[in-house]
Write a protein that binds this ligand. Structure first.
Ligand SMILES: [Fe+2]
Ligand SMILES: [Fe+2]
Length: 144
């Protein structure tokens, strides 16, 4: 299910959510280090809900604009970047289960998840979103 709002309004919301997801993840780590597993699982449930909504919007709206304008072949960069949603989501699920199991394993998965999320959001903010915005505003932009 995706939110209905103007596309120019959606992009800043998505970028704010990147920061929010990273903050949540930091709080998860802090909760785990205090052995506060109840808070950790609660935060992970929130993160999970946010991430699902977020990727639904990216795939339904950002990707759609690029594919409509350039076709699948020339929206290749965005498709590659959005293909990371699956692995990120799987890792999140793993972290969610570990939040009640093992502190050490959880820390290492959280680290990988954090790294993936950082790379992913950087690619979106530096390449995919600017291109989608320019395209939406009527300027064709080649992939960088
Ligand atoms: Fe994404
Ligand atoms: Fe994103």
């Amino acid at each position: 299910m995706s939110r209905k709002m103007e596309f120019e309004e959606l992009i800043p919301v998505l970028i704010a959510e990147h920061a929010e997801m990273k903050r949540d993840l930091t709080e998860v780590r802090e909760a785990v280090s205090r052995k506060d597993f109840l808070s950790a699982s609660k935060l992970l449930r929130e993160l999970d809900r946010l991430f699902k909504q977020h990727i639904a919007d990216e795939e339904a709206q950002v990707l759609r604009i690029l594919i409509d304008a350039y076709g699948v072949e020339w929206a290749d960069d965005a498709i590659t970047v959005f293909r990371q949603h699956g692995p990120i989501y799987d890792l999140m699920e793993k972290v969610k289960k570990l939040a009640v199991l093992s502190t050490e394993e959880l820390a290492s998965y959280e680290e990988v998840l954090r790294q993936l999320l950082d790379e992913h959001t950087l690619a979106e903010e530096s390449r995919v979103f600017p291109r989608a915005l320019s395209t939406y505003n009527g300027h064709a932009v080649a992939e960088s």
